[in-house]
Design a protein around this ligand. Sequence first.
Ligand code: SF4
Length: 152
Amino acid sequence: EMKKLLVSSCLLGKPVRYDGQSQNLLHPGLESLKQQGRIVSFCPEVAGGLPTPRAPAEISQGRVLTQDAHDVTAEFKAGAQQALRVCKEQGIRFALLKESSPSCGRNYIYDGSHTGQKIRGMGLTAKLLSDNNIQVFSEQQLPALLAALAKV
Ligand code: SF4
């Protein structure tokens, strides 16, 4: 059986980003996975009940806040839990998530000051999946993901 993977919806061209845009990742390896029907598209922020477009949010001391200090931690946590549930239901062990997002960021997130500064860290969904033994890769690590998939 071909293993499936969870992919950030915005990387698949879906206009679900906070600003209503997408960031379509064009790569032959990803195209081939799509054609094999192995991609499960998921946006934790939409799943968590947030509208699109929405105010950008950043992680600050364990909470997720918009620039005007509206607390959206509950929505972000709900989206992360739903992502984990989808992975468990579908036996998914790999995820390809959008770097630097407060939900999907794999290696970097914004520092909470809403000034465009990035720090090392993980978004809430990336962290929850990773803590549950799902291998999480950012779009900048696509070759490593494809290599890992080739081994299973
Ligand atoms: Fe993309 Fe993740 Fe942000 Fe949704 S939450 S728009 S999938 S980066």
